[in-house]
Ligand binder design. Structure first.
Ligand code: ACO
Length: 326
């Protein structure tokens, strides 16, 4: 049986740390509120001149090294991001050039926080179809560039970073067992970035109205997220005929500790089977799952044959999951 197997992981975070106490000096908020409502203690932010492709390159380089291949072996690069360096060329193409991955086609997937899992599902399908052999999947974001640092309801949530994996065709039982992707565009206004696109190209007016920053109706998004994630997790378990107790590790998107705890409770899973990075990185959107995966691989929590459940929810609205036999 042909599977797409993850053969290497890597991640990268900017050096600059922004703590909750730093934010207390910027907006009316408190470390206690942020910790209690989100589980975030600090996040990393890019410095002047640093870009999403810098983070993506570092994460990709580490994943390629861990996989024991070279960039020239890649035949496809898929990047989940909502904060590429430029609208054109894509971050995938910028990365392809920096890696000298001459054989690889490259493109971006635009599914906000679900971007990495959407990319993973594309890689899985392309490998199983026989179209590609070795694929780099990246989640990379510089959300701090699109964060309104005067809006306390969003600026405490986001952080920057990148994670990457190399996926390769494998004749055997290990690898990606299934992926599940969903969208509900009718709820797009709950979480959006209104300025800069074709409907509101950048003008002095759009800048004055702060339209180039992420807006979120947090409380409503929260409720949809919990319901959608419960459904997609159940769909994944049913599809693979596995029980919650079969799962060795949950690697969730890191948007809010309370959402993650709700998922663990639903799966009747103790929190020590859940990979958490939210306290130190905040919500890094498409980067959060591959960053958490890389951490769990490198510290030995993910081992050969571990059964790993991934799930994410984000703007669009979009949500997704994947089950992997490592
Ligand atoms: N500091 C202090 N008070 C605050 C802050 C803050 N930073 N932010 C909001 N408040 C206040 C609000 O003004 C409100 O005050 P009021 O009661 O006087 O009106 C009160 O705190 C409660 O606000 P809520 O929005 O109801 O707080 P909630 O408990 O819902 O937490 C949060 C907000 C953390 C945003 C939560 O709703 C959440 O995590 N939502 C889901 C996020 C998510 O999953 N997004 C999808 C992925 S992101 C992506 O795709 C890019």
């Amino acid at each position: 049986m042909i599977h797409a197997r993850i053969i290497g992981t890597g991640s990268s975070a900017p050096k600059k740390v922004l703590t909750n106490h730093d934010l207390e000096r910027m907006v009316e908020t408190s470390d206690a509120w942020i910790m209690e409502r989100t589980g975030i203690k600090e996040r990393r932010v890019v410095e002047r001149g640093q870009t999403t492709s810098d983070l993506a390159y570092e994460a990709a380089h580490r994943a390629i090294k861990a996989a024991g291949i070279t960039a020239q072996d890649l035949d496809l690069i898929v990047v989940g991001t909502l904060t590429p360096d430029t609208a054109m060329p894509s971050l995938g193409c910028v990365l392809q050039a920096r890696l000298h991955a001459k054989k690889a086609a490259a493109f971006d997937v635009y599914a906000a926080c679900s971007g990495f899992l959407y990319g993973l599902s594309i890689a899985d399908a392309f490998i199983r179809s026989g179209m590609h052999e070795t694929i780099l999947v990246v989640g990379a974001e510089s959300l701090s560039r699109f964060t309104d640092w005067e809006d306390r309801t969003t600026c405490v949530l986001f952080g920057d970073g990148a994670g990457a994996i190399v996926v390769q065709r494998h004749a055997g039982k290990r690898g990606i067992l299934s992926t599940h992707i969903h969208s509900d565009g009718s709820l797009g206004d709950l979480l959006h970035l209104p300025g800069g696109g074709a409907s509101h190209p950048p003008t002095h007016d759009t800048v004055a109205k702060r339209m180039h920053f992420i807006k979120m109706k947090g409380n409503e998004t929260f409720k949809v997220a919990v319901r959608a994630l419960e459904d997609v997790v159940q769909e994944t378990l049913d599809h693979n005929k596995v029980k919650p107790e079969d799962i060795d590790l949950l690697v969730p998107h890191q948007a809010n500790l309370r959402i993650i705890q709700a998922m663990a409770k639903r799966l009747n899973m103790s929190m020590d089977k859940v990979v958490l990075t939210i306290h130190k990185y905040g919500n890094t959107s498409a980067a959060s799952i591959p960053m958490a995966l890389d951490e769990a691989v490198r510290d030995g929590r993910i081992r050969e044959n571990s059964l790993i459940l991934l799930e994410a929810f984000g703007g669009g609205l979009t949500w997704a999951s994947a089950l992997i036999r490592w």
